[in-house]
Design a protein around this ligand. Structure first.
Ligand code: XMP
Length: 496
């Protein structure tokens, strides 16, 4: 092989295999008995983590922090916290998600018996609570005080001490109380909050009626074995410390976050991280069957996507990439044999793309741009030319690498902006309102796709669905054409 000349003539390289993406294919409609509303979209994101909705929000600093992760998990999906923050920062974010819908509130606002009624009233207003357990210096519960107890005093005795106004016969419960038992206590005693105490009557938490009702509202939520919301966390390929801290803090799934995980050093490090943690470990991104074969041996899930993302420039900058439908299918061929779930990451613009990714073999999809314009994504709404937008940027853009480093792209931190070789851009995306309504449209469209194919579950859909190839003329036919759209649809935005 002198001078880099291959065994075969160079021109043989041009006999290239075809690789397809979302717009190249459509699902072939089939006889069906499945109504979209009856389709069951339950899935697995990794070996041990089920989800009731097969959707993840991307680990990007303009998409997923705790607010997004909480909203995603409440709706049955999974938010993956980005890693452009310190290790302590991510631990605090994980704790925020885990505490969000906890039955027992641990960070309780308390009153002391010798505060004045006026002081407690002000404190409760400031902290946004309508009642507080009254404790002594050792946290022993002496009583409980609420707005109802306080109101008569505000007129005539606002300087009176809390011990006079409080209810001193407190109904408490032990730490292992269930939601049902707590509710029964509340109904029986006509109260709205029950302090949780240890054997010595010391306060360890609080259960509120409002909290219990809120948990009920999210009956599809993705919860861990203790009933807390689930959360995913991105860790760099060589960030053993972040992985250990996130695992300790209760992360359900760690995502080894690398633009090209089919790299020997990344795989070895991912293997070490997997051996050291309790959480499931998803490895990505990959895009070929050879890469899949190398990671399914140890990974609990694999993530697919080499350059399909809306803000990605990987393919134009590096000349490398894999059109996403082919990439997903190749990886799924291997992963399915090992019973390892596959996540299709990037390039999804419409619900139709999401369900095509599942047909190609994915178990779940990850989206960035689709969610970046929602209220729950970090960042504020800006108005340009009378339209509302939110910022959305690639994690390989100069701005994101400056604030988080370039190790996702296997690059070092640079001193000067000009020294970065970015693989992403910084952009704005239309403001979209709540995550809940966006997710409703996304999942609703996916379920309709299952209806057209006649499959009532994700595994059945993966088996039963078939693709047809679409020509450029077919693609044009598939979008609204020869009309001027007069009213925006909630699930369709023409490409600009
Ligand atoms: P969408 O299309 O949903 O894609 O906006 C989100 C996914 O894109 C990946 N990502 C990047 N890829 N350069 C890239 O080549 C980047 O700067 C970049 N930032 C994010 C990532 O996999 C994400 O989930």
């Amino acid at each position: 092989m002198a001078n880099g000349h291959p065994e075969e003539p160079f021109s043989e390289k041009l006999r290239v295999p075809e690789a397809l993406t979302f717009d190249d294919v459509l699902l072939r409609p089939k006889e069906s008995r499945v109504e979209p509303d009856d389709a069951d979209v339950t899935t697995r994101v990794s070996r041990d983590v089920p989800l009731s909705v097969p959707v993840l929000s991307a680990a990007m600093d303009t998409v997923t922090e705790s607010e997004m992760a909480i909203a995603m998990a409440r709706q049955g999906g999974l938010g993956v916290l980005h890693r452009n923050m310190s290790v302590d920062g991510v631990v605090a974010e994980i704790e925020r998600v885990k505490r969000a819908d906890e039955l027992i509130i641990r960070d309780v606002v308390t009153a002391s018996p010798n505060q004045t009624v006026r002081q407690v009233d002000e404190m409760m207003a400031e902290r946004g609570v309508s009642g507080a357990p009254v404790v002594d210096g050792d946290d022993e519960v002496l009583g409980i005080i609420s707005g109802t107890d306080i109101r008569p005093y505000l007129e005539v005795g606002e300087r009176d001490e809390v011990r006079e106004a409080m209810t001193d016969e407190v109904i408490t419960a032990p730490e292992d109380v269930t939601a049902r038992e707590a509710l029964e206590l509340m109904y029986e005693h006509k109260i709205e909050r029950v302090p949780i105490v240890d054997d010595e009557n010391r306060l360890i938490g609080l259960v509120t009626m409002q909290g219990i009702l809120q948990r009920r509202e999210y009956d599809q939520a993705a919860r861990d074995d203790d009933g807390r919301l689930r959360v995913g966390v991105a860790v760099g390929p060589f960030e053993e410390e972040r992985a250990a801290a996130a695992d300790e803090a209760g992360a359900d799934v760690l995502f080894i976050d690398c633009a090209h995980a089919h790299n020997r050093n990344v795989i070895e490090s991912a293997r070490d991280i997997k051996a050291a943690v309790e959480a499931d470990v998803v490895v990505g991104n990959i895009g070929t069957r050879e890469a899949a074969a190398d990671v399914v041996e140890f990974a609990d899930g694999v993530k697919v996507g080499i350059g399909p993302g809306s803000i990605c420039t990987t393919r134009v900058v590096t000349g490398a990439g894999m059109p996403q439908i082919t990439a997903v299918a190749q990886v799924a061929d291997v992963a399915a044999q090992h019973d390892v779930p596959v996540i299709a990451d990037g390039g999804i613009r419409y619900s139709g793309d999401a369900i095509k990714a599942i047909a190609a073999g994915a178990d779940a999809v990850m989206l960035g741009s689709y969610f970046a314009g929602t209220d729950e994504a970090p960042g504020r709404v800006v108005t340009m030319n009378g339209k509302k937008y939110k910022q959305y940027r690639g994690m390989g853009s100069v701005g994101a690498m400056r604030s988080g480093g370039g190790d996702r792209y296997l690059k070092d931190v640079e001193e000067d902006d000009e020294d970065y070789v970015p693989e992403g851009v910084e952009a704005a995306t239309p403001y979209k309102g709540t995550l809940e309504s966006e997710l409703h449209q996304l999942v609703g469209g996916m379920k309709s796709g299952m209806g057209y194919v006649g499959a009532s579950t994700i595994p059945e859909f993966k088996k039963r669905s078939e693709f047809v190839r679409v020509s450029p003329a077919g693609q044009t036919e598939g979008h609204p054409h020869d009309v001027i759209i007069t009213d925006e649809a909630p699930n369709y935005r023409p490409e600009e």
